[in-house]
Design a protein around this ligand. Structure first.
Ligand code: CP
Length: 304
């Protein structure tokens, strides 16, 4: 499942449901009584796995799963397809993170139950995108007519790829792509998504140059696990550090988002700035995953 599988109207309904869950959590506390979520994580995670588990528990359901490939029979050579066929006997819905691009899609074709992509390699991170969209819409009041700066590792940062693909579906969104030359956005996103959509976008290297024009700044960490050699990672890792001095260049109502985890790219001194919205973003991740679980189980928004 990807936000791109949903129409803009369906997406709006999922976000509305998430906002209702935020306001009236007690209404939803038993919606998933008797249901089980499996979290199949072949790669490390804090937020995605635990927010899925928290979401299911807040809906009255139960959870099972594994948090690394080594603690599952993948370590003995079992295929993703066989694993998910097995898990289909134990659970009603599953969320999968995998280092290989497309693995959750392969899993969904072998599965009897809904499979949610919880991040596949450097490709996509659809539920982070739902989280980002909910955060932007809730805090800015709109998803259209925004200027968003995406900063850092735009090459390997799967959250950036998913977010761009989602935002080109809204009118008047302008993109400022801020990265070093070596970490620029992949060609397929530049050509097939940005250029093909007709949306305005520019690519720059200096964050300071971009700051004054932004409604939103989406920071990302340099993805160490996707680099082929450590030397390149060390050279790139501190290319951008958002600090108080750079925040002083931004508008008073600009918001800073980050999918987290952060390493050094946002100084902790920024956390106290009212424009720092990344921990609110974490909270929205639970509401939107609750809305998604309900909808995929036929208990929320009707998704065709
Ligand atoms: N944002 C995100 O995917 O965080 P985790 O890697 O901790 O799940």
């Amino acid at each position: 499942m990807s936000p791109l599988d949903l129409s803009v109207e369906e997406l709006a309904k999922v976000l509305d449901l998430a906002n209702d869950i935020e306001k009236n959590p007690e209404k939803y506390a038993h919606k998933c009584d008797g249901k089980i979520l499996a979290t199949l994580f072949y790669e490390p995670s804090t937020r995605t796995r635990l927010s899925f588990e928290s979401a299911m528990m807040r809906l009255g359901g139960k959870v099972l799963g594994f948090s690394s490939a080594n603690s599952s029979s993948a370590a003995k050579g079992e295929s993703v397809a066989d694993t998910v066929r097995t898990v289909s006997c134990y659970a009603d819905i599953c969320a999968m993170r995998h280092p290989k691009e497309g693995a959750p899609l392969v899993a969904s074709m072998a599965s009897e139950i809904p499979v949610i992509n919880a991040g596949d390699g450097g490709h996509q991170h659809p539920t982070q995108t739902l989280t980002d969209l909910l955060t932007i819409r809730s805090l800015k009041g709109r998803l259209d007519n925004i200027t968003i700066g995406l900063c850092g590792d735009l090459k390997f940062g799967r959250t950036v790829h998913s977010l761009i693909e989602a935002l080109v579906r809204y009118e008047g969104v302008k993109f400022v792509l801020i990265s070093p030359e070596e970490l620029r956005i992949p060609d397929y996103i530049r050509e097939d998504v940005l250029k093909a959509s007709g949306h305005e976008f520019i690519e720059v290297e200096r964050l300071e140059e971009a700051m004054p024009s932004l409604d939103l700044l989406y920071m990302t960490r340099v993805q160490r696990e996707r680099f082929f050699n450590e030397e390149d990672y060390v050279r790139m890792k501190d290319f951008y550090i958002l600090d108080k001095a750079k925040m002083a260049l931004a508008r008073e109502d600009m918001l800073v988002l980050h999918p987290l985890p952060r390493v050094n790219e946002i100084s902790v001194e920024v956390d106290a700035d009212p424009r720092a919205a990344y921990f609110k973003q974490v909270q929205y991740g639970v509401y939107v995953r609750m809305a998604l679980i309900l909808s995929l189980l036929g208990l929320g928004v009707d998704l065709c």
